[in-house]
Design a protein around this ligand. Structure first.
Ligand code: CUA
Length: 178
């Protein structure tokens, strides 16, 4: 099962859970209840929530930030640079061939509207992405693990021909000239 499928199923589960909760609240809203016991329960739930956030949420947040900024180390080493500009509706790359196993720095911007710069491997899996914004250059460093023809697709709806913003990046083996 791919991570996308897991995410989708998990989202569906949470949506159904939330919907069930709303339906329950709606049903209970018709019943009269004493205020005091309800208030006691609410305070208890609030206290539990606070400690769960503190003891679970905080460590998880700190752990998730362990590698930020993600690109610092790789950026310094990136000898391969691709300047990418999004246009309605095509990608302009100043170079479309790089070597696998070495960092590639993408400098991504846009000439008009906001676009999403998404790089997909030969199997159609998203491997890296950043935003293409007018007046701003986003730097994205990626190391292509396997040679092949990768595709750049637009990840943000940008008008009529959004779906057709496709470019190719050819990744060759290490030390291979062509
Ligand atoms: Cu560019 Cu969607």
């Amino acid at each position: 099962m791919s991570i996308q499928t897991v995410s989708a199923l998990l989202s569906l589960l949470l949506i159904l859970g939330l919907a069930a909760l709303f339906l329950r609240v709606r049903r209970l809203a018709h019943e009269g209840r004493d205020y005091a016991p309800v208030q006691g329960d609410a305070y208890r739930i609030r206290t539990i929530g606070f400690w769960v956030l503190l003891l679970v949420g905080l460590p998880v947040s700190v752990w998730l930030f362990r590698e930020t900024p993600y690109t610092r180390a790789a950026q310094a080493a990136a000898a391969q640079v691709i300047n990418a500009t999004g246009h309605q509706w095509y990608w302009e790359l100043d170079r479309n061939e790089v070597v696998a196993g070495e960092p590639v720095e993408f400098r991504v911007t846009s000439a008009d509207a906001n676009h999403g710069f998404g790089i997909y491997d030969t199997g159609g899996k998203l491997v890296a992405q950043t935003q293409a914004m007018p007046g701003y250059v986003n730097r994205l460093v990626h190391v292509f693990g396997t040679p092949g023809t990768y595709r750049v697709l637009c990840l943000e709806y940008c008008g009529l021909v959004h779906h057709d913003m496709i470019a190719e990046i050819v990744v060759t083996g290490r030390g291979n000239d062509g």
